[in-house]
Design a protein around this ligand. Structure first.
Ligand SMILES: *Cc1c(COP(=O)(O)O)cnc(C)c1O
Length: 361
């Protein structure tokens, strides 16, 4: 069996041990005589899975007790609307930092529901940095302040969180959740599509401080009200049962095989360093992001010559390194090296890049 090194930005690589475990349990989940996919979500077996997944997530991420964990659907993109529907109902104002396409989409969608302000943007340099924030620009009575923590397409990350005082900080964590410890108490709400670091597509995780619940506007669809899901243990309707099961296996892998998020971060730092060090020393390839804002998860790079980029992506694919093409809006290359990418995968990629460089002097 030949598995490729998959650098996809999402859906993305999963730990091989998780896939093997799921394969082993596919036809007969722990003596139940059925696959998790076929199970009633109201069954005792499934209850153990979803409750186990939540307990593990709380433990691994050290989620404080005054936060609810919700397992939803609709992707991170649905949260661009769900957040304002639920939170933008006090002053009706919210602040946004525009650090890329996802941040912009969150801003545009929320603007349909209230008075939204872009307090800073890095659009002037193709989102290759995190803009400096000036507290004087913040809206003091905003209902929330939104950031996209890790910018999947452009490869930047907030290494430092904005100090928003009493204004709840809301963050899209889709491409950095579970990559390192994060202090949830600094946020009012975080959300993430699962298909980058948590499991398969179809599951969206929301972690929300309890005092922010119950403020949804009257016209909010029942399914878009956080309270609906908080009050029903994410079982108001059928949850994405199989995706939650895989997420639980991924969390078990982080806890038992890796040793938790602090260890995960060490591994991720080491992996990213290997690629960044190469990019900084290469004469052919270069990173596109300013050093101080570089992401550990998504690393875009270019040769500066589109034809050369294409040639590299094609050669890499042939050698079993797939999905290295950059996002269609920026071109070049992008290596997404999420939790499940083994260090060896990054080392081999650098070997390949170095060979390619020698051949294309
Ligand atoms: C992938 C991604 C999204 C979109 O997620 P969907 O689940 O496809 O809606 C939003 N934000 C960020 C940061 C992402 O990486």
């Amino acid at each position: 069996m030949a598995r490729v090194y998959n650098f996809s930005a999402g859906p993305s690589i999963l730990p091989e041990s998780v896939l093997r475990k799921a394969a082993g349990e596919m036809l007969d989940y722990q003596g139940s005589g059925q696959s998790v996919m076929e199970m009633s979500h109201r069954s005792k077996e499934y209850e153990t899975i979803i409750n186990g997944c939540e307990a593990l997530l709380r433990q691994v991420m050290a989620v404080p007790d005054n936060y609810k964990v919700l397992f939803l659907q609709g992707g991170a993109s649905s949260q661009f609307a769900m957040v304002p529907l639920n939170l933008l109902n006090g002053s009706g104002k919210a602040d946004f930092v525009i650090t890329g396409q996802w941040a912009k989409k969150a801003f545009q969608e929320a603007s349909r529901y209230g008075e939204c302000k872009a307090v800073a943007s890095s659009a002037d340099k193709t989102f290759s940095y995190i803009p400096k924030l000036n507290k004087a620009d913040f809206t003091p009575d905003a209902d929330y302040f939104h950031i996209c923590m890790n910018n999947t397409i452009y490869g930047t990350v907030f290494h430092e969180l904005p100090d928003t005082g009493d204004v709840p900080l809301v963050a899209d964590l889709s491409s950095c959740i579970l990559s390192a410890p994060i202090d949830i108490s600094k946020f009012g709400l975080v959300y993430a599509g699962a298909q980058k670091n948590m499991g398969p597509a179809g599951l969206t995780v929301v972690i929300v401080r309890e005092d922010l619940l119950g403020k949804a506007r009257e016209s909010t669809p029942t399914m878009f009200n956080y309270v609906t899901h908080a009050d029903n243990g994410s079982m108001y309707n059928t949850p994405p049962t199989y995706a939650i099961y895989i997420c639980k296996l991924v969390l078990e892998w982080i806890k038992n095989d890796i040793g938790g998020l602090a260890e995960m971060e060490k591994i991720n730092r080491k992996k990213a360093q290997i690629l960044y060090d190469f990019l900084d020393s290469s004469k052919l390839f270069k990173g596109t992001v300013v050093k101080e804002d570089r992401s550990l998860m998504n690393i875009p790079f270019i040769t500066g010559d589109e034809e050369m980029d294409k040639k590299f992506v094609a050669q890499a694919k042939e050698a079993g390194f797939v999905n290295l093409k950059g996002h269609r809006s920026v071109g070049g290359m992008r290596a997404s090296i999420y939790n499940a990418m083994p260090t060896e995968g990054v080392e081999k990629l650098v070997e390949l890049m170095s060979k390619f460089e020698a051949q294309n002097k």
